[in-house]
Ligand binder design. Structure first.
Ligand SMILES: [Zn+2]
Length: 562
């Protein structure tokens, strides 16, 4: 780790580099570095009355922020009392840097006998942090009081020279070294939506966490940082199973509104129970971003669109909610969730394959959202599989093109809802196909073969002579909506989601039949699964719960209690 110069200093140095003798230039560089270090030290002295990780962070050129100061305070307290703290903060807001890296460096510099245990769901996260601390303590120009031992260099387990302290790390699925810990730091036990939506993974993470508590020495402290993912994530479960043990700091990316809710007298406007006036945990006015220099309100609004309201509420606002009230139930999806499939795996495993489209509602160039969901049937089990969600904001030609290319890649048919005039739909698909042919002809001139850009995979896609088959369908069968029977197939555990589709699943779990118009992704998924159910198959489709199911896998799924 070397001293990082501010951009403006580095730019000035670059300008001077050519115009000075090398020795004089090197001397200037040394002087500037010393000046920058002195300025940072002075800033840290002025800003911090007490010694803390934040002070060290500022000396290293990092920013101090109120939510990081929360971690500082906990780290300072952990030197003198057994802290049990959970801090929920949005992703990429500096918690790993402050807690595992700077915080641990600071602690070992003060207490060289402190045995720090770091655990995470991801091995590289704790190993990189451990290496960072070791390198930082060894940095020649930094004046730390301690040095790492030179003979024991393992990044997952090293000690301070002449003392008993050091760092050892553990990650989900790996053995933890059988040693006692004085400070346990837990960072990102769950790291993906797929893990968070799987009860098996949540169980694993929770067991791993509580088993690590077995390493705690008397008087040891525990600090857990993670974004929230799910009401039943390790943080949620810890708060529920060990009430009164943990202090919990939930820091939302955008400050919430607080005050007495006139509609519900026992509630605060933020949704917490009313226990008297309370305020933003880091003292912001409502609506303010947590780290606007890094993620301002526009960035956060864009994030919300990208990840969907459900994921945003959990990870960014630390308010994971149970998704319920919709036609679908969470277990119906999570019980049958399976790993994502590549294009090649889809081609091998599923037949028939379908790309279902719920087109944008207008034929203007306004860019409404179109639902495009791909999948197919597993002929061995009769189960329907949802494999790709390509929905998004498209022009008419855009969604038609995406659906057609995806159908070419998956050797699939296209099913589309005829909610617009037949002439409009024909025109959209015809225009898109002509556009693709022109694109492929041009590519041939560029010696790329008769190919177009992919919609799903990574390589270019060879365009066949014939357009994929198109099947128009209606949202209703007679007067009945198609959604009902499709939801029933989920309830029978006959539908597999290969991967996690947060926005689709959000619509499934919150939309009710009497809400009126169903949302686009849900509609496309309904057309996909209804079509697979209607179409010919190798296995009889079970539509009522009393019937027998012919294969082992499907039987196991349907006989599970519900
Ligand atoms: Zn409140």
């Amino acid at each position: 780790m070397t001293l990082v110069l501010p951009d403006e200093v580095r730019e000035r140095l670059d300008e001077l580099a050519g115009s000075m003798p090398p020795e004089a230039f090197a001397e200037l560089g040394r002087r500037l570095k010393a000046q920058v270090a002195a300025r940072r030290r002075a800033a840290a002295e002025a800003q911090f009355t007490t010694d803390s990780p934040g002070k060290l962070a500022v000396m290293l050129g990092q920013q101090q922020k109120p939510h990081l100061e929360k971690l500082d305070r906990l780290l300072v307290r952990a030197r003198t009392e057994p802290v049990r703290a959970i801090v929920a903060e949005p992703p990429r807001h500096g918690k790993t840097e402050r807690l595992l890296r700077v915080g641990t460096t600071w602690r070992l510099d003060h207490d060289p006998d402190c045995r720090v245990m770091m655990i995470s769901g991801t091995k590289s996260l704790v190993e990189q942090a451990s290496r960072w601390v070791r390198d930082e303590l060894e940095r020649p120009e930094a004046a730390y009081r301690v040095q790492p031992r030179r003979d024991v260099r393992a990044v997952d387990d090293w000690q301070v020279q002449g003392h008993g302290g050091g760092i050892f790390v553990g990650s989900l699925g790996s053995m933890i070294i059988g040693r006692g810990a004085d400070l346990l730091l837990v960072d990102d036990l769950l790291g993906s939506v797929a893990d968070a939506e799987s009860k098996t993974m949540r169980d694993k993470a929770f067991t791993f966490l509580t088993s690590s508590f077995g390493r705690l020495e008397p008087g040891a402290s525990v600090i857990i940082v993670n974004s929230r993912w799910h009401p039943d994530d390790p943080i949620g479960r810890l708060l529920k199973e060990q009430p009164g043990v943990w202090e919990y700091h939930a820091v939302p990316a955008i400050a919430e509104e607080h005050g007495h809710d006139p509609a519900e007298p026992d509630k605060c406007l933020c949704g917490d129970p009313w226990l008297g006036q309370h305020a933003d945990p880091v003292g912001r006015a409502s609506g303010e971003a947590l780290w606007p220099e890094r993620f301002d309100l526009d960035n956060l609004a864009e994030k919300r669109l990208l990840v969907g309201a459900y994921v945003f509420a959990a990870q960014y606002q630390q308010r994971p909610r149970k998704r319920e009230g919709g036609l679908w139930k969470e277990d119906w999806i999570s019980d049958r969730r399976a790993p994502a499939l590549t294009v090649e795996q889809v081609l091998t495993l599923l037949r028939p394959r379908v790309v279902a489209v719920d087109p944008s509602a207008s034929d203007e160039d306004t860019g409404d959202e179109a639902g495009i969901i791909a999948g197919g049937r597993n002929p061995a089990t009769g189960d329907a599989h949802v494999t790709h969600d390509l929905s998004g904001t498209y022009t008419p030609e855009g969604w038609a093109r995406t659906a057609l290319v995806a159908a070419v890649e998956l050797a699939a048919d296209v099913v589309y809802e005829r909610n617009l005039t037949p002439a409009f739909m024909r025109r959209a698909f015809n225009t898109a196909w002509e556009g693709l042919q022109a694109e492929a002809t041009q590519a041939k001139g560029l010696e790329l073969g008769y190919t177009v850009e992919p919609a799903i995979g990574t390589g270019r896609v060879e365009l066949p002579a014939l357009r994929p088959a198109l099947h128009p369908v209606s949202a209703k069968v007679g007067k009945e909506l198609r959604a009902g029977p499709v939801a029933q197939r989920y309830e029978q555990r006959r539908v597999v989601h290969n991967g996690v589709f947060p926005l689709l699943e959000d619509q499934q779990l919150t939309w009710k039949a009497d809400d009126g118009d169903s949302p686009d992704r849900l509609d496309a998924a309904v057309h996909l699964i209804a079509f697979l159910g209607d179409g010919g198959s190798d296995v009889a489709v079970v539509e009522s719960s009393g019937a027998t199911v012919p294969t082992g896998a499907a039987t196991a799924a349907t006989s599970r209690g519900r």
